[in-house]
Every structure is written in C-alpha cells, then in structure tokens.
Design a protein around this ligand. Sequence first.
Ligand code: GDD
Ligand code: MN
Length: 365
Amino acid sequence: AAGIARAEEGADVGTPVTVIVPTFNERDNVAELVARIAAALPEGDAEILFVDDSTDDTAAEVARVAADAPVPVRVIHRAENHGGLGGAVVVGIEAASFDVCIVMDGDLQHPPELLPALLDRYDAGDADLVAASRYVGGGDTRGLGTAVRFGVSRAATWLTRAMFPIRLARSTDPMTGFFLVDRKRLDVANLQPQGFKILLEILARNDLRIAEVPMEFAERRHGTSKASLRQGATFIAHLARLRFGKMSLFALIGAIGAAANLGIMWGLTAAGVPYIWAAIMGAEVTIIGNFLLQERFVFADMRTDARGLGVRFASSFAFNNVEAALRIPVMALMVESWHISSVLATALSLIVAFFARFLFHSLVV
Ligand code: GDD
Ligand code: MN
C-alpha cells in the first residue's frame, strides 16, 4: 500500500523486491541488518523475509524488530533443517511475495548498501541474475579472514568454473551468497540444494543471463561462521552431483569403498591376520562406511517414506552381506587354486561383483 501511495505521488518507484535472509543463530545481527536494509532499499514495494533454522531465539528477535521496522519483515522458522543454507534459500524463493528476490547473509558480511546497485543493474533489463562478486573490479575479500580460507576459496572457485565452463563463463564468483534473481526465470522445483552453494546450484541448473557488481566482503559482525570441514565435503559431493549426476556420486563412493577395502586387507594381512578374517573385516568396514556416506551425500533428499535410519541400514547391511558371503569364498578359491595374493584376489572379486551387480540390475531390476 505504501508503494502505491508513493506511486500516486508520482515518485520514481523501483522494482518490487523480496530480500531473503537465511539465518542460523544470528540473533545479535538482526536489528542492525534490518535497519540497514530498510535504509538502503529504494522507494516501492519491498519486504524482508528471514528463513530461520536457528537453535537460539533469532526468530523471536526478528519478530521483535519487525514490530517497528519501516518495511514489512516476515520470518519462516523451519521445523526441520532440510538442505541447510541452500534449502532455506529455496523456501524463501518459493514464499517470497515478489518475483525479484535478493539473497544475502544475515551476519552483515554482505553490505546492505549494495542493494541499490544490484537493483539498478537488474533494471538495465539484460540480466536474469545479478551477483555481488568479490572478484571483479572494486571487489574485496578482506572478510574471508585467513590466508588459508582465501586460498581454499580461490581454488574452489577455479575448480568450479573449470567444471562448468559455459554456464559459469560470466560468473567470476559462483560461490557468493549475495545475489539478485528473477524467480520467473528459474525452475524452482528442479533445485536440489545441498549445503552452502545455492548460487552454484541455480547457475548450473538454469540457463540465465548473468551480470555482476563488485562487492566488498566485510567481516562478520557478531556470532560465529557456520563454515566447516563438513561443509567442504558437502561442497565436493554437491559439485560431483551437479556435474555427473547422482549415479556417478554413488559410483564414486563405491570406488572409494573398494579402495578402502583393499587398503584394510593389505594392512591386516601384512600384520599377520589370516586373509579370510582380513577380507571379512574389510568388507564390513566398507559396508558400514559406504552406507553412511551414501546416506549423507547421495540419498539425503530422497527420503520420501517414513522408514527410519535403522530400517534403511538393516536392508542395506543384509543385501551387502549376502554379496560378501558369495564373494569372499570365490576370492578364497582364487587364492588357493591360483596362488595369487589375497589383495589381488579381492580386487578381482570386487570387479566381478561390480559387473554381476550391474548385469543383475539391467536384466532384472
Ligand atoms: N536457514 C539457515 N540454515 N541459514 C544458515 C544455515 C542453515 O543451516 N547455515 C548457515 N546459515 C546462514 C548464516 O546464519 C548466515 O546468515 C549465512 O547463512 C552464511 O553463513 P556463515 O556461517 O556466515 O558462512 P560464511 O560466512 O562462511 O559463508 C558465506 O560465504 C560463502 C563464500 O565464502 C556465505 O555467503 C556463503 O553463502 C558463501 O558461499
Ligand atoms: Mn558469514
């Protein structure tokens, strides 16, 4: 209504915009963030939409600040944290009141004063997505902190751009969390975010015209970063899956498991453990390890049934033990009759098992 009133006065009314802020324990940043966003937004329809997964009282703080904020402020507090930061952003895009959405962090590392530049660049009319980049002229990465984090960030950016040379040709900073996107240009239902890199997910799955504006990445104001080694592993899985699909990630984890299995066999037999026992231990460790990795990185978004972790584990464990119970005797036969090393025999048996499984799936399943 305020926007309409201003329009009737003949003021220059900007594009209606929803500012989406994913938050995880950012209580002490909310008041300053809302004040600075409100001050930066041009005249016209606008709202700030928090999508919150906090375990502290961030959502209550948003409600308190909303009461006398100069723009409408909403908060969605999610009961379950699906897809982490990226999942929260997708919920925000779906729930936004306006098609033009700006996504930014809640810790003031993304300066709200940049909002007009993002909107102006979008209003030029030749871009579907405008990203705030740390790596174009005038951009700055001071807020990344240590040299190690800077190095990791640059290496990850380089790897990602090398893997998506066409889609990311015009994106110097596909890992930035500060960007404007026109929801109408997106296939939102097709997004399957995993962890932090929601912009990468959007750019890899949609053919968008990309523009950039330089940003100075500031220091976090209050609280602590949620980046972690675990987020790093999630990022690698996300990349593999975006590039090669779910099947390849499944195969990649299977290959890591096979290598681990052989490593365990080698170590245990070298230490004098009878090779049958070494084979059994290698198989069991691999069966459990693979289950946990697949569960975490491959099938996290596929749990549509109500079966619990225990039931999923039991069925996977049973299936793989049947396989091991068939495979290990074959391996022993190879060792005894051909007099080859048990590690080599296990490698051969794993290859045979792989093709048997493949044949079974293509012919029967
Ligand atoms: N809703 C929700 N759920 N929000 C989350 C979650 C989650 O599980 N995890 C983190 N967030 C929010 C944080 O509260 C913050 O507002 C924002 O996401 C970024 O998280 P930080 O903990 O500040 O991470 P960062 O500073 O390391 O990451 C930033 O830089 C990366 C590039 O270096 C973000 O901008 C990332 O998007 C960006 O990729
Ligand atoms: Mn941050």
